[in-house]
Design a protein around this ligand. Structure first.
Ligand SMILES: *Cc1c(COP(=O)(O)O)cnc(C)c1O
Length: 403
């Protein structure tokens, strides 16, 4: 049990060896920081370009309709990316493909498939499995509120069994198509030993939501997760101005995801693909700088008598969850530098009350069972000066005993 609680995988340094092993894991030759600024752009110099071009075409002309028929047949048969122009923008987009290439390189997977949002990405995974008759999902709470809702409500026809990490193996059935976890989890920052979880899944694909850690701190595919999900709206974009989702995985699963994306239409806009590729270039620097701020704020909060609990992950990161003795709504009302808003992973700091917003849609009893107390606040730490952030939090926490 204890072995399932913490992922002992350390943070990746710029010099760390990124080579992987096992199925679907590519072997990048270069360090993460280098890939972040070069992956997906290797052809630019030969094109005479420095910045990636944005291709906004919705359709691609061709005088060879026999050739187009063959390309559509090939995509329908196996979901491989069409060679040459994509025929129609719902099949693919060259700018988005650059982001997919780069993210796959950072996560150490063969492929990645981008979607219009994190929820569209998760939906596509569920649809792939449901279409194979594998409708049962085993999941560990807490998950992001809408992911929890999508599974609990069975909106796409899935049936979910919620378990503790130690109960995963026993919960698997012949029709189990997916095991889903988050680590560190939204919003409590609870951590799992992903290697132990992957082992417990046997041959059932493990989906690890890596939104909070990013590949800078943790690469779940190396621990055996077949699917790595991101709300790219958060750290990958990193500036609070683009909504996107992406699944990093082996090419076999990516082909099924591309077919679902084509059929259901949850594509990513090329401008978003461009912004995400740009966001990736600074991802390692942003995550490390914001994490240093967060570690310091977590230390100050833990020492503060107005704060009853602080949750800060062992692997680090820029997210803090903390509980206050006083009224959490007053803390939200009291911040002036930190923005009181849902979402996370931006260059600026955001704070929200999960029981009111991000996890409101989860039934109260389930929310409480998952450790999401009504006193819990979730802070996404940005790149501001740490003393300015502390001054703001200190004032928002109120007088000596808190608000
Ligand atoms: C925000 C979030 C999602 C959903 O992503 P959207 O881009 O908002 O659709 C999924 N998982 C986690 C952990 C999140 O924080």
């Amino acid at each position: 049990m204890d072995s399932l609680v913490h992922d002992r995988q350390g943070a990746l340094g710029a010099q760390d060896d990124l080579s992987g092993d096992g199925r679907g894991i590519a072997t990048p030759a270069r360090a993460l920081a280098t890939e972040a600024v070069h992956a997906g752009r290797e052809d630019l110099a030969a094109l005479g370009l420095h910045a990636a071009p944005i291709d906004l075409s919705t359709t691609y002309p061709s005088y060879d309709s026999r050739g187009e028929a063959a390309r559509i047949d090939a995509f329908a048969a196996d979901g491989a990316e069409p060679e040459g122009p994509p025929v129609y923008a719902r099949l693919g987009n060259p700018t988005v493909a650059r982001f997919e290439t780069a993210l796959a390189r950072l996560e150490g997977t063969e492929s990645a498939v981008a979607f219009a949002s994190g929820m569209a990405a998760l939906s596509a995974v569920l649809l792939v499995r449901n279409a194979m008759g594998l409708r049962h999902v085993v999941a560990v709470r807490p998950l992001y509120g809408c992911s929890d809702h999508l599974l609990t409500a069975g909106l796409l026809g899935s049936e979910v069994t919620w378990v503790d990490p130690a109960g995963i193996a026993d919960a698997l059935r012949p029709d189990t198509g997916l095991v889903m976890v988050e680590s560190p989890a939204n919003p409590t920052l609870a951590e799992l030993d992903l290697r132990a979880v992957a082992h417990a899944c046997g041959s059932v694909p493990l989906l690890a939501d890596n939104t909070f850690a990013t590949p800078v701190l943790q690469r779940p595919a190396e621990s055996g997760a077949r699917l790595v999900l991101h709300s790219a709206t958060k750290y990958l974009g990193g500036h609070g101005d683009v909504m996107a989702g992406v699944v990093a995985c082996d090419e076999e699963f990516a082909r099924k995801l591309r077919q679902v994306r084509f059929a259901t239409g949850g594509v990513l806009h090329p401008l978003a693909g461009y912004l995400l590729l740009r966001g990736l270039s600074t991802l390692p620097v942003r995550v490390r700088a914001a994490s240093a701020n967060a570690a310091e704020l977590a230390r100050r909060l833990a020492a503060d008598p107005r704060v009853s609990r602080v949750h800060y992950p062992r692997i680090g990161g820029a997210m803090i969850a903390f509980e206050v003795h006083g009224d959490p709504h007053e803390v939200i009302a009291g911040v002036r530098l930190v923005t009181p808003a849902v979402s996370l992973g931006s260059v600026d700091s955001l704070i929200q009350h999960p029981a009111s917003i991000s996890h409101r849609i989860v039934p109260t009893a389930d929310r409480h069972d998952a450790g999401v107390s009504d006193k819990l606040l979730r802070l996404s730490v940005g790149l501001e000066d740490v003393d300015d952030l502390w001054t703001d939090l200190d004032a928002a926490l109120g007088g000596p005993g808190g608000r």
